[in-house]
Design a protein around this ligand. Structure first.
Ligand SMILES: Nc1ncnc2c1ncn2[C@@H]1O[C@H](COP(=O)(O)OP(=O)(O)O)[C@@H](O)[C@H]1O
Ligand SMILES: [Mg+2]
Length: 469
């Protein structure tokens, strides 16, 4: 009886186990160099050729808006045009060298502290110190931001097909993106194939799924304004200067924190890049109040006249601004920022013109309003970054759904200071950081004790003249 059991059950099981183990061992990958940029991978009885191409010289900021869609569409087309070929795209995140930036910040902060000691009344020094200290804190304690590297891995069982596709893909990438393309050397190729995806920081995807993954961080250097931290990764989040020229929408109910956020954005921008002209259109005067408190040299357009004429007057001024922008020379660099609080007051036609014109003239537009529905389709398509604060009542659910998916339902319960940021298909939940503004607003001693020697130039207040003509 027992012997029968041993032969009928135990032995076959053992044999099966051994075979299984064997085949595991046999199936281990072995890799051989074929030529520069191509290796042969032998996996059990299967043989597959793998080639790698890296896009070098890629301007990470352009990866976001210009390259990305091109790469996505092209990758998708390639996948369909070359059946049997697997195309894998790796977006490799590399943390940037924060230490250099920190060292530079440290030097600047030290000299500002010395300046402040010699003249404690200098508001500009004080302001710069606050912003730089904040930046230093964020960069030294947070997860460092990263840059993005784009790599293509091509797999095929036919060597010739792989060669010709690699040739083709290089030419297309070069022509399409104006980027330099190089073959990934064999040693790195092996590393990339072996890399444990779970452990690595690489984001891997196929051509079809590229639309679903999106690099978190785009800068190889800090070239933007710090706005807060990603709640899930704790990474600092920056609004790049070119994000600003591609316009920003800020949406949320009254009291959700929009105006304070705008003030903080302007505060940091003006402190770090004084040469960027900031024009604030503030029909209600809330933003002007904060900007005056923090002593910023910003052109604020506000309205005090007959409320029935307000919208018309504001629109007249907007038309003047638009005409000024139309006259400007084209550039991609951010030269001017037009911040419109309560943007629903401005006519749709004017705003559409403004975002369209602004983009080619280095003029960023930040539109703040209560409902997504206040912004027309044309405005929404021309506004690449959307920041959504708490919204108590959501009228056009479909618009919110389009931006955030099901997450839009969370908008109703967002605590103050939390936002959803959407940038070209990628959504992040962020805790905004408006510390310097809140500090100034709550500290009564700070500003009032300082003689306002420069205050005349600080708020170059362009009054509307609504009832004085
Ligand atoms: N991130 C924040 N943390 C704490 N308090 C905030 C924050 N943002 C705004 N507040 C406060 O909340 C109140 C409403 O903010 P405000 O910016 O005027 O909202 P909104 O413009 O959306 O109506 C203000 O008293 C402001 O000081
Ligand atoms: Mg407000």
């Amino acid at each position: 009886m027992v012997e029968v059991m041993i032969f009928e059950i135990l032995v076959p099981t053992l044999v099966a186990l051994i075979v299984c183990k064997r085949s595991n061992r046999i199936k281990r990958k072995r890799m051989f160099n074929v030529e520069d940029g191509i290796i042969k991978v032998v996996y059990g009885k299967k043989v597959i050729f793998v080639g790698g191409i890296e896009v070098v010289d890629i301007d990470p900021s352009r990866l976001y808006d210009e390259y990305y869609e091109t790469i996505r569409q092209y990758s998708y087309a390639l996948q369909r045009a070359a059946p049997g070929m697997i195309l894998e795209i790796r977006l490799v995140k590399k943390p940037i060298a924060v230490n250099d930036i920190l060292a530079k910040l440290e030097r600047e902060i030290t000299s500002l502290r010395v300046l402040k000691m010699s003249d404690p009344t200098d508001v500009k020094v004080d302001r710069k110190l606050r912003v730089l200290e904040k930046l230093y804190k964020v960069l030294s304690e947070g997860v460092p931001p990263a840059s993005i590297n784009l790599k293509y891995l091509l797999y095929s069982n036919e060597l010739n097909k792989l060669r010709s596709e690699m040739q083709f893909i290089s030419v297309v990438l070069e022509n399409l993106l104006g980027a330099k393309v190089r073959k990934i050397n064999n040693r790195e190729l092996k590393r990339l194939i072996n890399v444990n995806i779970i452990k690595s920081k690489d984001i891997t995807c196929t051509a079809e799924s590229l639309g679903l993954v999106y690099p978190h961080v785009k800068k190889s250097d800090i070239n933007g304004i710090y706005i807060g931290k990603d709640i899930s990764t704790n990474e600092p989040v920056f609004l790049g200067y070119d994000d600003l020229t591609h316009h920003v929408g800020v949406v949320g109910s009254t009291g959700s924190g929009k105006t304070t956020f705008l003030a903080s954005l302007i505060y940091r921008l003006k402190t770090l890049s004084e040469d960027v002209d900031v024009t604030v259109v503030d029909p209600k005067g809330d933003l002007r109040y904060i900007l005056e408190k923090v002593d910023l040299e910003v052109n604020v357009i506000t309205y005090h006249g007959d409320p029935r004429l307000r919208n018309e007057k504001i629109n007249d001024i907007m038309l003047n601004i638009l005409n000024e922008i139309i006259e400007m020379n084209p550039t991609k660099r951010l030269r001017r920022l037009v911040v419109i609080d309560e943007a629903w007051i401005v006519s749709e036609e004017l705003m559409e013109e403004l975002v369209r014109e602004g983009r080619s003239k280095g003029v960023g537009v930040v539109l703040s309003t209560q409902e997504l529905g206040d912004l027309s389709d044309a405005i929404l398509t021309n506004t690449h970054t959307m920041i959504l604060f708490r919204s108590n009542s959501i009228k056009n659910e479909d618009l919110y759904f389009k931006l955030l998916g099901e997450q839009y339902r969370l908008l109703k319960a967002l605590p103050r200071g939390e936002v959803f940021l959407r940038h070209q298909g990628h959504v992040k939940r962020i805790l905004v950081d408006v510390e310097e503004i809140l500090q100034v607003l709550t500290s009564t001693t700070l500003k009032s004790s300082i003689p306002n020697s420069s205050s005349t130039s600080l708020a170059l207040l362009k009054e509307d003249g609504g009832n004085s003509e």
